[in-house]
Design a protein around this ligand. Structure first.
Ligand code: HEM
Length: 444
């Protein structure tokens, strides 16, 4: 019996009736009533937009929606106040800062994780493991040792629930935009999100109260926040401002890197030739010893494998902006309040921008002239502040994992899902076994 075609909902019918579309190779334009949305996959136009921070800010619906959880934290902030916070944190995340303080934390946490794998010998959910690793690393960067394991785990669990709600604009916001009404409807928070936010709040209050008792603050993110001054008031940051920044760093600093690492493991574990290159590079370098934090810059094959996994599976798959003043980008007229979507995912997979775009080919980063279409961390003044930390973490963690273990894979992801970040669909499950290093092998 043939299935009855599904009836289109009222919302979809309205959108289809009023939509005007234009499309060229790397640009799409959709106009529905007064709502205008430009989608760019052209690297030159994308970079031009991202460089013009003053004219292309974070969309208001994103600011208001996410702002319920993180107030005006650095990622949403603007102007002098953003600059102040950026300056306060930038050296922690600079190559020198990462090398000195963050890289040792990464290798330490990574070795502890691998020791546990080898001791337990159980099948591992590798996405879950990577989330655990990146969460532990970011917690130490934010709090040093002022957080215990339970508090850290509770914050991660609760923030995973709140992340789920960082979604698209509400239909009412879209409807108002279609009518030319520039307002955003932010629906009331679901009970579960409220509960998670309150839980995070309570834990942070306790940690902050303990830290305020110290005569001297450790040089970590919390320490810097406790000693910072608000540029607008000239006063120390309020408790809420501190908590907002902490939540932002925890969320921004673990989810994306965890997903990047999981996709890297997934690609390497289905690609023998690339895996051998990584193993040989690590063997020739470590000779069976543990990796040291300073090794990051000496592992180009491993670094390129992480970069290539983030090209094929960018965790921040789309960057959104809203135009503040009429302008022209790449010959396209953009009006005040137009929405912009930079589809990092499509750009990084475009067959005319990359040779054999669908293939996992890490060496492309050294053989092809560096394509300007690689944008997993954004670019311009709002480029990811944690980029060096993430690249270091990705490279060192992959190198140490393949230095010390081999895997028997029992389940693989079947695709991808677009949630807050792009995540694997389905589990990457494997059992880890101790690996005997095999030094001095020629690279295939
Ligand atoms: C693979 C891992 C990561 C990816 C793919 C990633 C991606 C991004 C992207 C695309 C942006 C720019 C968003 C925009 O322009 O609207 C961004 C901003 C940011 N990221 Fe990351 N990120 C990663 C890891 C990290 C880490 C480890 C941290 C810190 C612990 C971090 C902290 C930040 C911050 C603070 C911003 C805001 C910068 C600003 O607005 O000035 N990120 N990230």
């Amino acid at each position: 019996m043939s299935e009855k075609p599904k009836k289109e909902g009222l919302w979809k019918r309205i959108v289809h009736t009023f939509r005007e579309k234009k499309e060229t190779a790397h640009y799409k334009f959709n106009k529905i009533g007064k709502l205008r949305v430009h989608e760019f996959t052209d690297p030159v136009a994308a970079r031009e937009i991202l460089r013009q921070d003053a004219n292309f800010g974070t969309p208001r619906f994103v600011k208001k929606g996410i702002g319920r959880f993180i107030g005006n934290a650095l990622i949403l902030d603007e102007g002098e106040s953003w600059q102040n916070m950026h300056n306060l944190m930038v050296d922690i995340f600079s190559p020198k800062g990462v090398n000195k303080t963050i890289a040792p934390v990464i290798t330490d946490e990574c070795d502890k994780m691998i020791d546990r794998w080898l001791k337990d010998g159980k099948p591992l959910d590798l996405e879950h493991e990577m989330r655990g690793l990146t969460a532990k690393v970011v917690m130490r960067v934010v709090f040093s040792d002022s957080i215990n394991e339970k508090q850290a785990q509770d914050i991660i669990d609760a923030s995973t629930v709140t992340i789920e709600s960082f979604r698209k604009p509400h239909k009412l916001t879209v409807a108002m935009r279609m009518l030319g009404i520039h307002k955003e409807y932010i629906p009331p928070m679901k009970k579960t999100y409220k509960e998670s936010a309150a839980k995070i709040d309570g834990i942070l209050e306790t940690i902050i109260a303990e830290r305020r008792k110290l005569k001297e603050q450790p040089d970590d993110i919390l320490g810097r926040l406790l000693e910072a001054t608000d540029v607008a008031t000239g006063q120390p940051l309020t408790q809420k401002q501190i908590k907002d920044q902490l939540v932002m760093f925890i969320v921004a600093g673990h989810e994306t890197t965890a997903v990047g690492l999981t996709f890297s493991l997934h690609e390497l574990l289905k690609n023998d030739k690339e895996l051998k290159k990584v193993q040989n590079e690590v063997d020739n370098f470590t000779h069976g010893q543990r990796l040291t934090p300073g090794d990051y810059n000496r592992l180009p094959n491993v670094r390129d494998a992480f970069k290539e996994a983030m090209r094929l599976h960018p965790s921040a798959y789309e960057i959104a902006r809203e135009c503040e003043h009429d302008t022209v980008v790449g010959g396209v007229q953009i009006k005040e309040r137009d929405l912009i979507r930079i589809s990092v995912l499509e750009m990084q997979r475009a067959p005319d921008l990359w040779q054999n775009a669908a293939e996992f080919k890490p060496e492309r980063f050294r053989k092809e002239p560096m394509p300007r279409a690689w944008l997993p961390f954004g670019t311009g003044p709002r480029v990811c502040l944690g980029m060096t930390m993430a690249m270091t973490e990705g490279t060192l963690a992959l190198a140490e994992i393949f230095n010390r273990v081999t895997f028997d894979v029992t389940e693989r992801p079947t695709g991808e899902q677009l949630v807050f970040t792009m995540r694997p669909l389905g589990k990457l499950e494997a059992t880890a076994k101790e690996r005997k290093p095999n030094p001095a092998q020629p690279t295939p």
